[in-house]
Design a protein around this ligand. Structure first.
Ligand code: PGA
Length: 260
């Protein structure tokens, strides 16, 4: 795992956006795995700026989102369909037909999940999967004790995640308990993982993921077995990493040909 520690979330978002920009320039029909939540917002803002000001072209790009709530309409302000539209898709030129987000209102969840996996395969697999991390170490909505080989499926959220996500819902409205999420195994098949983590509240999850044992109690820790995961944090999120001085040394002394 490559660990890049930046001073601020804004600096981290720029590094992540550059990685994706260079991928799209190399491979105009790149397949992006996308995430929701507060964490990737700066990345999406920077990619939108690159589209607007530098002509970064998303017309050949295909996207697959990690997850969606079950049982709220795609128009609901807290739905991930709506989130993606407002924070990313309305600012870039990904063709609508190339956008895939799990359908939380499907009448047949197992069949939908199988089809989602099939669509990812048919697109040639995911080139880079953007990830945030939950306080409990979840990736996508793969909560602790999720199978580390799991595929896209229904999951039940933990109380901790429900409380953390309450902020996206209006007062008195409850967070759905069920979601559809790509599995840990699905995520592990992407060519690159781009994990972002910001703020002191994520420091424990980041340390468990990068330096702790590989365990289903922290699903993100399986990324230690991934062939190319880039973890980009701000300083507070890196504060519990025991080897942060080493990671900073590695990044500062990267050979030029390895830089992006
Ligand atoms: P956040 O969520 O980006 O809103 O912190 C991350 C997650 O729960 O995966």
């Amino acid at each position: 795992m490559e660990i890049i520690i930046q001073s601020t979330p804004e600096d981290a978002a720029k590094v992540a956006a550059l990685f994706i920009k260079q991928l799209i320039e190399r491979k105009p029909n790149a397949v992006l795995g996308l995430a929701t939540g507060s964490t990737p917002l700066g990345l999406y803002t920077e990619l939108a700026r690159m589209h607007r000001e530098d002509g970064l072209d998303f017309s050949g790009v295909t996207t697959f989102n990690l997850d969606e709530y079950i049982g709220i309409s795609s128009e609901h302000p807290a739905s991930y369909h709506r989130f993606m539209q407002e924070s990313f898709f309305s600012h870039v030129n990904v063709p609508t037909k190339n956008i895939h987000i799990p359908d939380g209102n499907t009448s047949n969840i197992p069949r939908f999940c199988e089809r989602y996996e099939e669509q990812i395969r048919q697109a040639g697999g995911i080139d880079v999967q953007v990830l945030g991390i939950g306080h409990d170490g979840h990736i996508g909505f793969n909560e602790p004790t999720s199978s580390l080989a799991s595929r896209t499926r229904i999951k039940t959220l933990t109380e901790e995640t429900i409380v953390a996500n309450q902020r996206f819902f209006t007062l008195g409205e409850s967070v759905p308990h069920h979601v559809i999420t790509m599995g840990v195994g699905t995520i592990m098949e992407s060519q690159n993982c781009l994990m972002l983590a910001f703020g002191a509240g994520k420091a424990q999850a980041v340390a468990s993921m990068a330096e702790g044992p590989i365990t289903a109690m922290c699903p993100a820790s399986i990324l230690q077995m991934h062939r190319k995961t880039l973890l980009i944090t701000d300083l507070p999120a890196s504060s519990l990493l025991t080897k942060s001085a080493y990671y900073q040394h590695v990044y500062a002394h990267k050979p030029n040909w390895q830089r992006f």
